[in-house]
Design a binder for this molecule. Sequence first.
Ligand SMILES: *Cc1c(COP(=O)(O)O)cnc(C)c1O
Length: 232
Amino acid sequence: MVVQNIAENLAGIKEAIRQACVKSGRDTDTIKLIAVSKNFSGAEIEAAYRAGQRFFGENRVQELNAKIDLLPPEIEWHFIGTLQRNKVKNLIGKTALIHSVDSQALAEEINKQAQKRALLVDVLLQVNIARETTKHGFEAEKLIEQIEEISKLSGIKIKGLMTIAPLVENPEEARPVFRELRMLAQTIERMNLPTVEMRELSMGMSHDFQVAVEEGATLVRIGSGIFGRRNY
Ligand SMILES: *Cc1c(COP(=O)(O)O)cnc(C)c1O
């Protein structure tokens, strides 16, 4: 990816977020753009950094740690990928937010490791709204059943919800998924659990973030729209 293009792409995404905000009567300051840098190099991240980007998302613990060592300490890192329980101890303390807590067992492991180190770890709970078998996350009904128990874990702080919408041709088709996540957050908010905040909705990727912003996203996770196509 040419460095120049990364700056241009970032500007284009920000403009598209602004337009989605105008359309839905939202304030752009309420949306944080997470540049998903998985599979991209330190040089590419630095190009985005020089263009003013400060929030980056990674989906592998080892890759994240390597990049933290290499890149400016001003970067705020977000973990967005499937997290194996045996990797938790190498992750906590490194991120501003773990978006992808997808089970009670994972929440319990993060809590255990956090308590050992006297940390309070900010997390989002990942919900499999569309019930895709290929995707991780709580089912909405199960989350409603389990969240009170999870909220008692004193080493984690629940800040909101995250979802990944199905990959569809027309981003409008993802709208009901985003809307359902927002409504689930409202349902949970009404449960009035003292330690649970439902401020953040992490939803929207390169192909569907404008719809997600219109539906209330506070964190959008954008990779290819900034860095170009990934070569897996
Ligand atoms: C890779 C990834 C993204 C970014 O996807 P793009 O389509 O490249 O914008 C967002 N969220 C998660 C969880 C991801 O794994």
